[in-house]
Every structure is written in structure tokens, then in C-alpha cells.
Design a binder for this molecule. Structure first.
Ligand SMILES: Nc1ncnc2c1ncn2[C@@H]1O[C@H](COP(=O)(O)OP(=O)(O)OP(=O)(O)O)[C@@H](O)[C@H]1O
Ligand SMILES: [Mg+2]
Length: 424
């Protein structure tokens, strides 16, 4: 363990030769130690409890319990263990299922020594920051997930990309500030390819990655040091400058950061990635309200239906979800009433289509609600802000977060798949 400064590894593979080869590859690495080897998924789960390894090299195809099921079982019992999945195929579906189960890396056999060392050291670094973040968030919150004096986290989300999440999040934050004059923050939750820097026309040499790096020291001063101030006085947390740095920000970092932000701000608007992976789920779990954006396009409607089903399985309350039709236009051949019938959910609010103005606003780096206040789209965004700021259901959704089946219990779980399985 850390006492000896070595990364403790458990090898899991049903083929003895593969186990031995991996062990040989790791033998001369001074900072890595193989603490146990397992030939089945079940044995691996038992050994992980006994040895508490830092990293598990997990074969995906095994006869009794496959690598995905073993990963889920393992992560629910030893949450800080980092799993590297190994497969002979690089299929997208395998990769997706592994990540949903909570695996951190995916290696395709035959694995080169270099890739193996890099992967082990990379996930071990993630483990270290994850542990610190959990500790930081527990001491900060006392583990209760928030209290009555905290502001609202508003996640702007769509299960389909390109629907307008970033544009609406930016305009909503500015409008909330203008309408209420309260403390408003805007967070770019798209850690890999964040767009808020462009939309708000802001550059900063500090981003969320700087907080993730120093998560154990996270306090008010450090938080404000990283936030950039927009001319509207909205405080903006920008995405890391490149995808590599974005990768290092974990869901635990996000939880700790958002938890601190809701103590400091009345409204924290988060531009949330279109994904069901850990980091997006962490934001959605923590949100008091989720503005779920849709457009009148069949592919989007299909994803919205799926998202609403998932939200129900995750026990998000009805009040938490606000379904918003963006780019609303009566000429698209689909009627809102018919969509509501299909998805069995009311569309709470509509934002008019303004293709030209929105794109121009993005290109000028000036949110549309500043320059084009009188435009129907800006008025619709203002109405949405009014709905969210007048809203009293924050209290009930906070209760939802504090309930035992919700956020705290889920915090250590890896991925959507394992969480839904655990609820069965
Ligand atoms: N109400 C609207 N009317 C017309 N166009 C809009 C509206 N809202 C957003 N758009 C346009 O939709 C496009 C995508 O916007 P944006 O980048 O905000 O979407 P996104 O959902 O964040 O996309 P991504 O999935 O890439 O992050 C942009 O061209 C933007 O101008
Ligand atoms: Mg976006």
C-alpha cells in the first residue's frame, strides 16, 4: 500500500498464462507490486475485499462472473479501487459497458508493457485525488449534502448534443443575475470540450482543473481565485484548456466543488455534458433543478424519452425536472401536444427559435440576452429564469438529495449501469 509507496495490483484473468505474463511484466517496476491473482470474477471480488488493491487488471470475458459484473460488485464494496478492463476486442459496446460499470481504463490485448505501466500509474493518480476529494467533501458538508441556507444548483442538460445547452446555460446565468441581482455562478461541466469560454468571450489561466489538482486545499479563497468574472458580474468556472487536463477532473472533484459553490452562490448554473457517465450523473444528482432541453427532432425526442425513464429509475422527483423545448418553431411537422403524449411528460416551457441571432451572439461572444433583450428568444429565457428563481420547490428537491436512497449513497458508485442494477 501507500506505506511502501507501491501501487498494489490485483490481476484477474481466467487464463493462467495471461496472469503470469502480466505479473512478469510488472515484476521489475519498482513502484508496482502484484498483491494477488484471481482466475474467476467471484474470486476477484473476494480477494479485493481481503487485499484492498489500488488497481485491478480485469479480464472482461470470464466464465462464471464476467469482468463487468465483477467490477460492479467490487466498486460497490471497495469504492476507491480503480479497475482497468482488458479485452481482446475493442468494441464500442464493450468499452461503453465497462465505463458504465465503473472501469477507469480499457486496454486491448495484447497489451504492451508501456501501455500497461501508463494505465496503472494513470488510474492510481485518479485514485489518490478521488480519496482526497471524498474526504474534503465529507468534512465540508458533514455528509448531509446541503442545508436551507444553500443556493440552487441548476443543471442545463440534454440527452442529445447540439440542442443548445451551452447557449441557454450562459444566457440563463446572465438573466438570473440581471433579474435578481443575486450571486450567480456559471460552471462549464463539459470538461473535455467546454464552450463557455467562447460563448462568454472569456479567457482565464485558471480553470476547474486547477481546483481538481488542489482539491484537498479547496476553500473559499481558492474557489474565487479560479472563478473568472464576466462583465455582468456572473462568476464563471471555465473548462480545462485541453482534453487531457479535463480527463483528470473526476466526479468526486465535481461533487466537492459544486458543494462548496452552492454555499457561496444563490444560483449555480451548470452546462452539463450530454452523457450518462459518472461526471454528468454527479452534476445531475446534485442539481436542485434540471432544465432538460429538447428540440422537435425525432432523434432528440427519442433520447428525451429514454432520459425520462432513467430519471425515474434514479428516483429524481417530478419537480426536479423541467422539460424545456428549445428552438421552438411551429413549422417542423411535429406538434408539442403529440410529443407530450409520446413521452408522457409536460413541456414546461418553450424558447423560440432564433438561429441567426444565437449564432451571431456566439460568434460575437456576447450572450444574446444582453444585446437582443427585446427578441422573443431573450424574453423566453427571461421567463425561464423567473420560473427557476421564483421556484419554491428547491426545498423539496433538497429533501430528495438528502434522502438515503439518493446522492450520498450513490456518490461512490461507478456509472449508470451499476446504479440501476443495484436498485433492482
Ligand atoms: N433558441 C435557439 N434558437 C436557435 N438556435 C439556437 C437556440 N439555442 C441554441 N441555438 C444554436 O444551436 C447550436 C448549438 O448550440 P450549443 O453549442 O449551445 O448547443 P449544445 O447543446 O451545448 O451543443 P454541444 O452538444 O456541442 O455541447 C448553436 O448554433 C446555437 O446558436
Ligand atoms: Mg455545449
Amino acid at each position: 500500500m501507500a506505506e511502501q509507496g507501491k501501487i498494489r495490483v490485483l490481476i484477474v484473468d481466467d487464463i493462467a498464462e495471461t496472469r503470469d505474463n502480466l505479473e512478469k511484466l510488472l515484476f521489475f517496476e519498482k513502484d508496482i507490486e502484484v498483491v494477488a491473482k484471481a482466475s474467476t470474477g467471484r474470486e476477484a471480488v473476494a480477494l479485493s475485499k481481503q487485499y484492498q488493491p489500488d488497481v485491478v487488471l480485469m479480464d472482461i470475458n470470464m466464465p462464471d462472473m464476467d469482468g463487468i459484473a465483477a467490477t460492479e460488485a467490487m466498486i460497490s464494496q471497495v469504492p476507491t479501487t480503480q479497475v482497468i478492463m482488458m479485452s481482446v476486442q475493442g468494441e464500442q459496446d464493450y468499452l461503453r459497458r465497462s465505463m458504465l460499470a465503473g472501469a477507469r481504463e480499457f486496454l486491448i490485448k495484447p497489451i504492451s508493457a508501456e501501455d500497461l505501466y501508463n494505465a496503472i500509474r494513470h488510474v492510481y493518480r485518479l485514485r489518490t485525488t478521488q480519496r482526497v476529494a471524498v474526504a474534503a467533501s465529507t468534512t465540508e458538508t458533514g455528509g448531509d449534502g446541503g442545508g436551507p441556507d444553500h443556493g440552487q444548483i441548476i443543471a442545463v442538460f440534454s440527452p442529445k448534443g447540439g440542442v443548445g445547452t451551452s447557449s441557454i446555460a450562459a444566457n440563463l446565468a446572465v438573466t438570473l443575475r440581471q433579474q435578481t441581482n443575486k450571486k450567480v455562478a456559471l460552471v462549464d461541466g463539459n470538461l473535455i470540450l467546454g464552450d463557455l469560454g467562447v460563448i462568454m468571450n472569456m479567457v482565464s489561466n485558471k480553470t476547474v482543473a486547477d481546483l481538481a489538482n488542489r482539491i484537498a486545499e479547496l476553500d473559499r479563497d481558492l474557489l474565487y481565485d479560479v472563478l473568472a468574472t464576466h462583465t455582468t458580474q456572473v462568476k464563471v468556472m471555465l473548462a480545462p484548456p485541453n482534453p487531457q487536463m479535463g480527463e483528470l477532473v473526476t466526479s468526486d472533484h465535481l461533487r466537492a466543488i459544486l458543494d462548496m459553490m452552492r454555499k457561496e452562490f444563490d444560483y449555480v448554473v451548470v452546462d452539463t455534458p450530454s452523457s450518462f457517465q459518472d461526471r454528468a450523473l454527479a452534476i445531475l444528482d446534485m442539481a436542485d433543478r434540471i432544465a432538460v432541453l429538447m428540440t422537435l427532432e425525432m432523434t432528440c425526442i427519442k433520447n428525451i424519452k429514454l432520459f425520462l425513464e432513467v430519471a425515474e429509475l434514479l428516483e429524481y422527483s417530478q419537480e426536479k425536472i423541467l422539460l424545456v423545448l428549445n428552438k421552438a418553431d411551429s413549422r417542423l411537422g411535429i406538434r408539442v401536444e403529440n410529443v407530450e403524449e409520446t413521452i408522457r411528460h409536460k413541456v414546461t416551457h418553450q424558447i423560440a427559435n432564433a438561429a441567426h441571432e444565437m449564432t451571431l451572439a456566439i460568434n460575437q461572444g456576447l450572450p444574446m440576452v444582453i444585446e437582443k433583450r427585446g427578441h422573443q428568444t431573450a424574453k423566453d429565457i427571461a421567463k425561464l429564469a423567473a420560473i427557476l428563481s421564483d421556484d419554491q420547490s428547491g426545498a423539496s428537491t433538497k429533501k430528495d438529495k438528502d434522502s438515503p436512497s439518493s446522492e450520498p449513497a450513490q456518490a461512490n458508485r461507478g456509472g449508470l449501469f451499476s446504479r440501476l442494477i443495484a436498485k433492482r
